[in-house]
Design a protein around this ligand. Structure first.
Ligand code: DX5
Ligand code: ZN
Length: 223
């Protein structure tokens, strides 16, 4: 099983973005997680295309773009052109989710859907075969550094059941409050991609924390 570590640049130092991108390039991380917030879907505004372009210029790993925005269809093409490899939209923000998923794929990107903590996994039943990734939010989206919600474990198990025999290669990504204290348990529950912001960037040695997270997922170390 391949486990993906995706540091969230939302927690990077924007005054030293180049330095933090370089740290991720040199680390054992697999993807850059890019959190785009519009101040409407979530009560916070993060950044948009110029920052995505800056990340793309220096990043040597795929960009995992998480759109916490309303009306994502309007911008999918531009995110794809801006260098996104994966685009994840929120179930709660898409009236015509099937169309949005097809738009993402037509733009040349892998398609993901994110679920807020209150949204049950089974609502994805009729699109699950079309997806490359499901992002289970383990906090209410909008901010880094929040406390992990425990019901996430049950949702991972529900998603494992939903994909059985239908889309077993689907990536199960968890986002929010993930760190050294819970990543191994999340991996045993069935998650295989892990977003982490605060746990990485607020640690004394971010590259070493990434390395520890990676080792914990593969069971090579215990803490
Ligand atoms: C939350 C974002 C997350 C966030 C995670 O709305 O989607 O990606 O950056 O941050 P931590 O790991 O600090 O909870
Ligand atoms: Zn995110």
């Amino acid at each position: 099983m391949k486990y993906i570590i995706a540091p969230s640049i939302l927690s990077a130092d924007f005054g030293n973005l180049q330095r933090d991108i370089e740290m991720i390039n040199q680390s054992e991380a697999d993807w850059f997680h890019v959190d785009v917030m519009d101040g409407v879907f979530v009560p916070n505004i993060s950044f948009g295309f110029p920052v995505l372009a800056a990340v793309k210029r220096s990043a040597t790993k795929p960009l995992d773009v998480h759109l916490m925005i309303v009306e994502p269809d309007k911008y999918i093409q531009e995110f794809a052109k801006g260098g996104a490899d994966r685009i994840t939209v929120h179930y709660e923000a898409c009236t015509h989710l099937h169309r949005t998923i097809q738009l993402i794929k037509a733009s040349g990107c892998k398609a993901g859907v994110a679920l807020n903590p209150h949204t049950p996994v089974n609502l994805l039943q009729d699109v699950i075969a079309d997806l490359d990734l499901v992002l289970i939010m383990s906090v209410n989206p909008g901010f880094g550094g929040q406390q992990f919600i425990h019901n996430t474990y049950k949702k991972i198990q529900d998603l494992k059941v939903l994909i059985r025999g239908v889309n077993e290669d689907l990536i199960i990504e968890v986002d929010g409050g993930v760190g050294l204290q819970n990543i191994a348990t999340l991996a045993s529950a069935g998650a295989n991609a892990f977003v982490a912001g605060n746990a990485i960037f607020a640690s004394g040695n971010p590259a070493e924390t990434i390395s520890k997270m990676k080792s914990l997922t593969t069971g090579r170390i215990n803490i």
